[in-house]
Design a protein around this ligand. Structure first.
Ligand code: GLN
Length: 478
């Protein structure tokens, strides 16, 4: 029976003829079918994946050259465009909308012969931390089906966790790749803002959004990053700084300098077991010859409020385009009055959480409140970014928990949006500052749920981040 452990091992098996790509696609299609109840996939591109696999098998047979990601079974979050395929952002308002073009990230994976196996469930417009806000229903955590997989990229996380694809793409605006990776016991990377083009990624909060990668190990995530990163004429915010050959750089035994915030680790909201695991890890890192030092950090309580003010403001503007005229759903109940048409379409098309955020964002941008909220939150973002830049003058990484709690029960936080928002306390920092960050599955809770260690590095220092993550995960495996 086929077993996926890494892209490298899979490629070796294909080259040695131990398995064909078509057999592997069949294997994954069967697994997807067997795990349908997890609700990770919104749509599976079965025929197309099989057809691509046959082409790859034919090329392999002829000894023709193939791309770096040949045959890699990849799932994409339903906010990333794939030409001529449906995309909905898990929203009723984008029902039956078809992508007119592919996201640059998808285009680059396809250019390297990856196979896109389907689109993955998520919170509507990537707003949420539990994947319970989807038009297509909630996603279940495969480790414990009574619990959430995290969000908003819950389907992407579960697809990798349950072995339904090899890697998957998510988007991370405030933690939506790292937090579900933490809840599902897999690797989740949010690259530097501007490292991967956002062209073809449905916008939630444009100055925060970044495509991220899920995998079961660091080298797979590294390879996908290498393929997708880099300049793109279609995204003016993407960085032009050269993309290192990440996959050839990751093996090392370098000694690094880690900072941690006492305020973050002793926070009363942090699960005591998560706290003690991180404290133990700090000790181990020191024993291993790394430098680990506390740094004073007094901005923790400002992060979630600043994040939710700025992202809802951006969302209220970004989502104004869904008016029933240009895209998707159009209310059948509207009269000829244009205001009524907009109101009914948007009221019926959007879910509750999205509506809450559009209203919140509109409020913080309104004339009377702009300075009190939006301007203030912008100042917090600036102060935080300056503080983090100073820290990275002396340190390579900041150590943080990914989430204050492991995967919570389905429904547990749905009636209390503030509690749901506060759980983003450790992940939003990387998005507010544009830094890359990763969640590495190093720990297990006494309730058997996995959880991760979060590391954040300076902007465009993915190389060090991937090096240390690979090292830590390798050493962690018994
Ligand atoms: N939980 C956060 C939010 O709801 C993060 C979402 C994301 O990263 N897309 O905004």
């Amino acid at each position: 029976m086929f077993e996926f452990t890494s892209i490298e091992q899979y490629h070796a098996q294909l080259k040695e003829g131990k398995v064909t790509c078509a057999e592997v696609v069949e294997y994954f299609l069967k697994r997807i079918k067997a795990c349908e109840h997890l609700n990770a996939f919104i749509e599976v591109f079965a025929d197309e994946a099989l057809a691509k696999a046959s082409l790859i098998d034919a090329k392999l047979k002829k000894g023709e050259s193939l791309g770096k990601m040949f045959g890699v079974i990849t799932g994409i979050k339903d906010v990333i465009c794939y030409k001529d395929h449906k995309i909905s952002a898990a929203s009723g308002i984008l029902q039956n909308f078809t992508s007119l073009y592919s996201a640059t990230a998808v285009e680059r994976l396809l250019d390297e012969d990856a196979i896109i196996i389907g689109r993955l469930n998520c919170d509507e417009f990537a707003m949420g931390s539990s994947n319970e806000n989807s038009y297509y229903g909630k996603v279940l955590n495969a480790k414990d089906e009574t619990r959430v997989p995290g969000g908003s990229s819950g389907g992407s996380a579960v697809a990798v966790q349950a072995g339904l694809c090899m890697i998957s793409l998510g988007s991370d605006t405030g933690g939506s790749v790292r937090q579900p990776a933490d809840f599902c016991g897999i690797v989740g990377l949010k690259p530097t803002y501007g490292r991967i083009s956002r062209y073809g990624l449905i916008a939630y909060a444009s100055s925060f959004d970044q495509i991220g990668i899920f995998g079961i190990n660091v080298p797979d995530v590294t390879l996908a990053l290498e393929v997708m990163a880099g300049p793109d004429d279609f995204d003016s915010t993407v960085s032009h700084s050269p993309v290192p050959a990440y996959s050839s750089l990751v093996d090392t035994n370098e000694k690094f300098r880690f900072a941690f915030f006492e305020e973050a680790i002793t926070h009363p909201g942090l699960d005591p077991e998560i706290r003690s695991s991180i404290e133990r890890k700090i000790k181990e890192l020191k024993e291993d010859g790394h430098t680990v030092e506390p740094v004073e950090f007094d901005l923790l309580e400002y992060l979630v409020p600043a994040y939710y003010i700025l992202t809802t403001a951006e969302a209220s503007s970004n989502l104004s385009r869904y008016d029933g005229v240009k895209f998707g759903y159009r209310s059948p109940n509207a009269t000829n009055d244009l205001d009524d048409f907009y109101k009914k379409t948007r009221s019926e098309g959007f879910g509750w959480e999205v509506k809450r955020r559009i209203m919140l964002g509109t409020f913080v941008l309104s004339t009377g409140y702009y300075d009190a909220y939006f301007t203030k939150a912008q100042s917090v973002r600036k102060i935080l970014t300056e503080k983090i830049s100073l820290i990275f003058k002396d340190f390579d990484f900041v150590i943080l928990p990914t989430s204050p709690v492991p995967a919570f029960k389905l429904g547990e936080k749905m009636s209390d949006p503030i509690a749901m928002y506060l759980a983003d306390i450790y992940t939003v920092m990387a998005n507010l500052t544009g830094c890359p960050a990763i969640s590495i599955p190093l720990f297990a809770h006494s309730n058997e749920l996995p959880f991760g260690l979060q590391l954040m590095s300076n902007r465009f220092n993915e190389v060090s981040l991937l090096r240390i993550s690979g090292d830590l995960l390798r050493k962690n495996t018994p």
